[in-house]
Design a protein around this ligand. Structure first.
Ligand SMILES: [Zn+2]
Ligand SMILES: [Zn+2]
Length: 129
């Protein structure tokens, strides 16, 4: 699988979210983005604190040019990812494959945003609904 944002290779990383909750994410070590299935996102969002020891936070480095949002393709089925926006954050989703692309550092920011009450719910609640 290749990164939808910079086309480098995505690496599968198995993580343990505590209390024997295994999960896996796909990481791009070039741009820092991550590709997660809805099922894995909901496991992570159930936690109270972001699992920094399991999930590497790789902020997007300057100088890496990314494919524009709205034209990125799903690494699984190649359809154009749908850009979902809410409360000033946006993510790329594939509803067919039930997966979300988070740019570098975005997963943690969105995790934190989804843990404060917001009108209409967070972007993650909207996606998983
Ligand atoms: Zn990338
Ligand atoms: Zn897809």
């Amino acid at each position: 699988m290749n990164c939808p944002a910079c086309r480098n290779k995505l690496y599968k990383k198995d993580i343990n979210l505590g209390s024997d909750t295994p999960a896996s994410i796909n990481v791009c070590y070039n741009c820092g983005g991550m590709w997660l299935m809805y099922s894995e996102i909901s496991k992570i969002m159930k936690l109270k604190i972001f699992p920094e020891t399991s999930i590497p936070i790789i902020e997007l480095q300057n100088g890496i040019s990314l494919i524009e949002e709205g034209t990125r393709e799903c690494p699984i089925c190649s359809s154009v990812l749908n850009v979902m926006q809410r409360h000033g954050v946006n993510v790329d989703t594939c509803e067919q494959c039930k997966a979300v692309w988070f740019d570098g550092g975005e997963l943690k920011r969105i995790f934190e945003l989804s843990h404060v009450p917001m009108p209409g719910g967070s972007i993650i609640q909207a996606i998983l609904a």
